[in-house]
Design a protein around this ligand. Structure first.
Ligand code: PBG
Length: 335
């Protein structure tokens, strides 16, 4: 007796659409563009100054003129927004961070210079928190034990946000993690006639080991006593992130941020599934430095690592990503 076994084929061949470049392009679910990127820039005092940051190879602090030039090139690359962080001169730092309220501080001068150079051609996002201005490196006011006071800090943050809005900031981004600051800032902006100034809240910001190079960049690493664990979140917590986001939405945030980035994509996804609000992530300084270290060690290829990680943020649900690789990524995407 002869038996005939019909040939067996896979019912589904998922490799079929992957075969050619055009077909991969046609089937790609997540497409990264320069419009997904926000470029953080560090501002320093002086004219015509560039200060490379050792722990962030390829990133420098620029004086206000240089920051304006970089904002112009960002706009030309199709990057919709820059984020500003000042390296306040040492002698202007104080226990109460009052330089944050100075209408002529580095931040305000940079805002005005970018506006002069680029007009409305680029968004200006400004960081609200006191760490670049305090002599102790904490994001707020501290009591005699070093504990960061919530409500007293919020009062100063409100003044800082008003100062930035008055100078022309488009998006106020509180990164301090005090309770109640979104509502307080929103109210003050309305009262001041800045109803159209947005708030992007650093809603789920973790007490992370990935911020080291940033603290070098804004000159707070050497000053910081202790850590930020009494206000930034515990990396083990996810439900708490949802509560933080819910609170900030109720208080008037236009968009929310998760920070750091790659190690917290589950948080991005959960926030996106739960809330109808734009979610951003910050690929922070330590993440940038890890990629650069991998490239230097011959362990990876920069262009591919940059595009793959940034695409992952979008796939997870981000509307956009703050990244020090923004200009490089935009150049690759525009090529
Ligand atoms: C502080 C602030 C930090 C970052 C942005 N705003 C550091 C911190 O909380 O100590 C980190 C960004 C980065 O690491 O790239 N308000």
């Amino acid at each position: 007796m002869t038996s005939h076994t019909p040939p067996r084929f896979p019912a589904t061949r998922l490799r079929r659409p992957r075969r050619t470049k055009w077909s991969r392009a046609l089937h790609r679910e997540t497409v990264l563009t320069p419009a997904d990127l926000i470029w953080p820039l560090f501002v320093t005092d002086g004219r015509d100054v560039e200060e490379p940051i050792g722990s962030l190879p390829g990133v420098s602090r620029w004086s206000v003129d240089g920051v304006a030039r970089h904002a112009r090139s960002a706009a030309a690359l199709g990057i919709p927004c820059v984020a500003l962080f000042p390296n306040t001169q040492r002698e202007l730092r104080s226990a109460d961070g009052r330089e944050a309220l100075n209408p002529d501080n580095l931040m305000c001068r940079a805002i005005r210079a970018i506006r002069d150079a680029v007009g409305d051609g680029i968004g200006i996002l400004t960081d609200v928190a006191l760490d670049p201005y305090t002599s102790h490196g904490q994001d707020g006011l501290v009591d005699e034990t070093g504990y960061v006071l919530n409500d007293a800090t919020v009062e100063v943050l409100v003044g800082q946000a008003r100062n930035q809005a008055e100078a022309g900031a488009d998006i106020i981004a509180p990164s301090d993690m005090m309770d109640g600051r979104i509502e307080a800032i929103r109210n003050a902006l309305e009262v001041d006639g800045h109803a159209d100034v947005q708030i992007m809240s650093y809603a789920a910001k973790y007490a992370s080991a990935f911020y080291g190079p940033f603290r070098d960049a804004v000159g707070s690493r050497g000053l910081l006593k202790g850590d930020k664990k009494t206000y930034q979140m515990d990396p083990g917590n996810a439900e708490e992130a949802l509560r933080e986001v819910a609170a900030d939405i109720a208080e008037g945030a236009d968009s929310v941020m998760v920070k750091p980035g790659l190690a917290y994509l589950d948080i991005v996804r959960r926030v996106k599934e739960r809330f109808a609000i734009p979610v951003f992530a910050y690929q922070v300084s330590g993440e940038y430095a890890m990629i650069e270290a991998a490239v230097s060690a011959g362990a990876g290829e920069r262009d591919a690592l940059v595009i793959e990680t940034l695409t992952a943020f979008k796939r997870a649900g981000c509307s956009g990503v703050l990244t020090y690789h923004a200009a490089h990524a935009a150049r690759l995407l525009n090529a």
